[in-house]
Design a protein around this ligand. Structure first.
Ligand SMILES: Nc1ncnc2c1ncn2[C@@H]1O[C@H](COP(=O)(O)OP(=O)(O)OP(=O)(O)O)[C@@H](O)[C@H]1O
Ligand SMILES: [Mg+2]
Length: 166
């Protein structure tokens, strides 16, 4: 059985907190990692990805923007960052037809996927899921789910940078 867990009840009080959280995730990423970002429009998925990119040493000259139209943006970093957005795709068939499924099997780069719930059965076996919920204008609640042993050793280091609620 696959190792998995959920870490709920974290809060990102403001943009700076989201930045620290994303930076830490980016620093810890290794090739083959898949990050699923979920949460409503404006929850902060792209904003978080910008900091993940910095943690992954994507040079500042690359401004990370939403790949809603292009579906995929690629950035050079410690490892290639594939930033996918499934918002405009309706489901598995669409995602395959767009040629995105091969990125989900990357061995050399890391994948960050917005609107990842659309992956359905294409969801890889091992992944880190970050769900963002808007609490206030600049405050986000975070729930982290992880699947697979590739995440179990890193989950503590990742959650250390988000404050527990309360
Ligand atoms: N603590 C915070 N964390 C993340 N974003 C924040 C925070 N506080 C304010 N924001 C703002 O919320 C907005 C989040 O927008 P963003 O484009 O990142 O959302 P998204 O989840 O990618 O939306 P979409 O589903 O449209 O792609 C930005 O304008 C950002 O500056
Ligand atoms: Mg976005």
């Amino acid at each position: 059985m696959i190792e998995k867990g959920t870490c709920a009840g974290f809060i990102l009080k403001n943009l700076a907190a989201t930045e620290r959280f994303g930076l830490r995730i980016g620093q810890l990423l290794i090739p083959g990692d898949i990050l699923l970002l979920t949460g409503d429009l404006g929850a902060g998925k792209t904003t978080l990805t910008q900091s993940i990119a910095r943690g992954l040493m994507v040079p500042e000259k690359y401004y990370v923007t939403s790949p809603s139209f292009a579906l995929l943006h690629e950035y050079p970093g410690r490892y290639p960052l594939y930033h996918l957005d499934c918002y405009r795709l309706s489901g598995e068939d669409d995602i395959e037809a767009a040629g995105l499924s091969e990125y989900l099997e990357t061995r050399t780069g890391v994948c960050v996927i917005e609107w990842a719930a659309r992956l359905g059965s294409l969801t890889p076996e091992q992944y880190l899921e970050v769900q963002l919920v808007v609490l206030k204008e600049d405050t986000r609640q975070v729930t982290i789910g992880w699947h697979g042993e590739r995440w179990s050793q890193r989950i503590e280091a990742i959650t250390q940078t988000a404050s527990p609620i309360g």
